[in-house]
Design a protein around this ligand. Structure first.
Ligand code: ATP
Ligand code: MG
Length: 399
């Protein structure tokens, strides 16, 4: 694990050689201390963005006004942010003012939870003014400073607490939990997009039941669109859900009485999420009706959604174990993968019935052929399909 920090240590060393100081901060230190896989590595520094731009060749200015640039080193991106404090949260969203400061300890004080408020120098020494290490040992999420004030500054932190309790499988410290209880309503001031980001992370964590418990216990759930329609705890999924389409279909399954479109509208989710939820919903209904993976199911369900569908079945307790292999096998053996693969096309139908004006009957006929091929009632063969079509009544142009 120390090896993953090596290139970041080199970035720090370069800043030090230029007379500044720098540390690895935030999630990477937390994950290192708790033995979890390390994601993005963020660096905090005493130097202003302009200075960082001078020190390194490859710098992308992503948020200069907040003190953040991206430094590329050995093909890895590092977010390098100047030590800062944030003052005034009038609109609950963004600090009114960002002030650059000289001391790492001041920077750590603005961070949300003690486990996220540690820094590591390039020799591996940990700066830990809030006993974040101890909190990790005790598996507790504890706000830095007065939790009431910290949640007033930025109410999204309450969702982050619940999300981390899921991801880390930690409990929330009593004082922090009580502050959440008191101020859950402040979540109304936070944009739904930011809440949605935390929510999906919460549902995908290994301790998702901890996260859900936190939402319910604190009343945060009452400020999440649609989620308060059913009792979330007794209806909790049996396995984590990794994406919004899964969450939507699961929600409908446990009785949240609304449409996919309404989920997408109220949570401001993308069209892609909506489409994928529709696919999952269709497949889910197919499976619960037929109690098996049909040809039609694997034909209609886009291949990249197989894993999501599998999780959904397990989460809902509809099927135990994984069906992904079964689905992949079925998919491989499909007689056709799309309408394009049908050996008999619209032009062939028109040729067969030159006297019949073109109309909706063509698409309908193709649908029936498609269905018959997928049901293994009809081989995908030009002559066989033609014979099969000949047995039909001659088409009516207006049908
Ligand atoms: P993840 O693994 O999900 O990225 P993370 O801890 O890195 O977890 P980020 O959202 O990437 O979370 O934030 C990086 C760091 O910035 C956090 O560890 C924390 O120190 C600080 N931070 C992020 N958001 C807030 C916030 N709303 N209030 C206070 N500090 C925050
Ligand atoms: Mg991060």
């Amino acid at each position: 694990n120390e090896k993953v920090f090596q290139p970041a240590f080199e970035v720090i060393e370069k800043i030090e050689q230029a007379g500044g100081e720098a540390y690895i901060v935030g999630g990477a230190v937390r994950d290192y201390i708790s033995g979890r896989p390390i994601g993005d590595i963020d660096i905090a520094t005493s130097e202003k963005p302009g200075r960082i731009q001078e020190i390194f060749d490859k710098v992308i200015p992503v948020g200069i006004e907040h003190g953040t640039v991206i430094v590329r080193h050995q093909s890895i991106s590092y977010e390098v942010t100047t030590y800062r404090i944030e003052e005034g949260y009038e609109d609950f969203r963004h600090p009114d003012e960002v002030t650059f400061v000289k001391d790492i300890n001041q920077d750590l004080a603005r961070r949300d939870f003690t486990m996220n408020a540690m820094a590591m120098d390039r020799h591996g020494n940990i700066v830990d003014p809030y006993e974040g290490k101890k909190a990790i040992e005790k598996q507790l999420i504890i706000a830095v400073g007065d939790p009431v004030i910290r949640f007033q500054e930025d109410p999204l932190r309450m969702m982050r607490a619940a999300r981390f309790s899921s991801q880390m499988n930690f409990n929330i410290d009593l004082g922090t939990l009580e502050a959440m209880n008191e101020q859950a309503h402040l979540l109304e001031n936070i944009s739904i997009e930011r809440i949605a980001e935390e929510t999906v992370k919460l549902f995908s964590g290994r301790g998702f039941d901890n996260g859900i418990k936190a939402l319910v216990q604190t009343g945060l759930v009452n400020h999440l669109p649609l989620m308060n329609q059913v009792e979330l705890q007794p209806n909790a999924p049996k396995v984590p859900l990794h994406s919004w389409p899964e969450i939507i279909v699961y929600g409908i399954r446990i009785g949240i009485d609304t449409t996919i479109g309404n989920w997408a509208r109220q949570w401001k989710l993308s069209n892609k999420v909506k489409k994928e939820a529709e696919h999952l919903f269709y497949a889910f209904s197919q499976f619960t009706t037929n109690k098996e993976v049909s040809n039609l199911l694997v034909y209609r369900l886009p291949f990249p959604l197989f894993e999501a569908f599998d999780r959904l079945l397990q989460a809902a307790g509809v099927y135990e174990g994984s069906l992904v292999e079964v689905m992949k096998n079925k998919h491989e053996k499909l007689p056709i993968f799309s309408k394009k693969d049908i050996a008999f096309q619209a032009k062939d139908l028109i040729q067969m019935y030159p006297a019949t004006p073109k109309g909706p009957w063509i698409a309908k006929a193709i649908d029936e052929i498609e269905q018959a091929i997928l049901d293994n009632r009809l081989p995908n063969d030009y002559e066989k399909i033609k014979e099969w079509v000949e047995k039909w009544n001659p088409p009516e142009s207006n049908s």
